[in-house]
Design a protein around this ligand. Structure first.
Ligand code: TPP
Ligand code: MG
Length: 319
């Protein structure tokens, strides 16, 4: 399906927002303004944006420890996200959760998650709930190549396949799980091959090509919504930085990292938009500038926000 210019620009904006959000996090972390462990999504922007563009606002996503991109792509509030990362009372979790606990149920964002693989059964549960309630909401589970080796993946995907639940399993294969290359953790050609074991379609795409991701996600979402069951979508991509902020990534060589940076998903999309005559360089620059400014405003909002009060420490406790 051809996307209108507005939709393409919205995709570009979200990819830029993710890029500037993550770059700011690296900087703010160094300045001790970001608290707690944080994993950034630089280089993987096309996956979250391509997939979320294929979703309705009331569809669900479950996320991972590397969740900022998913949240922004599904429409998350940059101010509340930034405030959460800076530990401020105006943040998504009132400054008490940090990067890996951001959720926005009104937007169908079921939450980032520090337990590798655990977003998968959460998405399957949301899809089951949607089905039981007679709704046609689809759930997307974002997860990594590493997560595809957990029990939660196999249990979740099998149940969804058997019950034909409206789930799209989106594997973000960024080639590493911390320092372990997929060369050492997969005995097959790709995570996608596992789809056959569950009797569902498996599709592998260039995860740095936002339109290719979108097109594959659109088909998988349509199939799920029609009651035909889940799809496993493997997006090949690469994380530009270390596993966590602060990891020098000594297990990868510079040439490999540089080669992937040449496949920058934002610059590739920009070049496409300009070459196809959809945007001029001037329009691109204006959009780029606006997204940079939006991010600066989010940082200012977070920095000017109050710390949580000492009394708030005992609020929102469920155990
Ligand atoms: C159940 C569980 N096991 C191990 C960890 C430690 N851990 C955190 S992230 C990670 C690697 C995840 O790799 P992948 O799923 O490929 O996601 P990526 O970090 O590449 O986005 C591991 C092993 C964890 N958080 N939870
Ligand atoms: Mg990985």
């Amino acid at each position: 399906m051809e996307l209108a210019k507005d939709a393409l620009v919205a995709m570009l904006r979200r990819m830029l927002a993710i890029r500037y959000f993550e770059q700011s996090i690296l900087r703010l972390f160094e300045q001790d303004q970001v608290r707690g462990a944080t994993h950034v999504y630089l280089g993987e922007e096309a996956v979250a944006v391509g997939v979320c563009t294929a979703l309705r606002p009331d569809d669900y996503i479950s996320s991972t420890h590397r969740g900022h991109g998913h949240c922004i792509a599904k429409g998350g509030d940059l101010n509340k996200m930034m405030a959460e990362l800076l530990g401020k009372a105006t943040g998504y979790c009132k400054g008490k959760g940090g990067s890996m606990h951001i959720a926005d149920l009104d937007l169908g964002i079921l939450g980032a998650n520090g337990i590798v693989g655990s977003g998968i059964p959460i998405a399957v549960g949301a899809a089951l709930g949607s089905t039981i309630q007679g709704e046609d909401r689809v759930a997307v589970a974002f997860f990594g190549d590493g997560a595809s080796n957990t029990g939660a993946f196999h249990e979740g995907i099998n149940l969804a396949a058997v019950w034909k639940l409206p789930v799209v399993f989106v594997c973000e294969n960024n080639m590493y799980a911390v320092s372990t290359s997929t060369r050492e953790s997969l005995a097959i050609g790709g995570v996608v091959e596992r789809a056959a074991a569950y009797g569902i379609p498996g599709v592998q795409v260039d995860g740095n090509d936002v339109l290719q991701v979108y097109e594959a996600a659109r088909e998988a979402v349509a199939r799920a919504r029609e009651g035909k069951g889940p799809t496993l979508l493997e997006c090949l991509t690469y994380r530009w930085t270390g596993h966590t902020v602060g990891d020098p990534g000594l297990y990868r060589n510079k040439e490999e990292v540089e080669a992937w940076k040449q496949q920058d998903p934002i610059l590739r999309f920009r070049d496409y938009l300009i070459e196809a005559g959809i945007l001029t360089q001037e329009e691109y620059d204006a959009i780029d500038g606006e997204e940079k400014e939006r991010l600066e405003r989010a940082i200012a909002f977070a920095q000017e926000s109050p710390e949580p009060s000492v009394e708030a420490l005992l609020e929102d406790l469920y155990a």
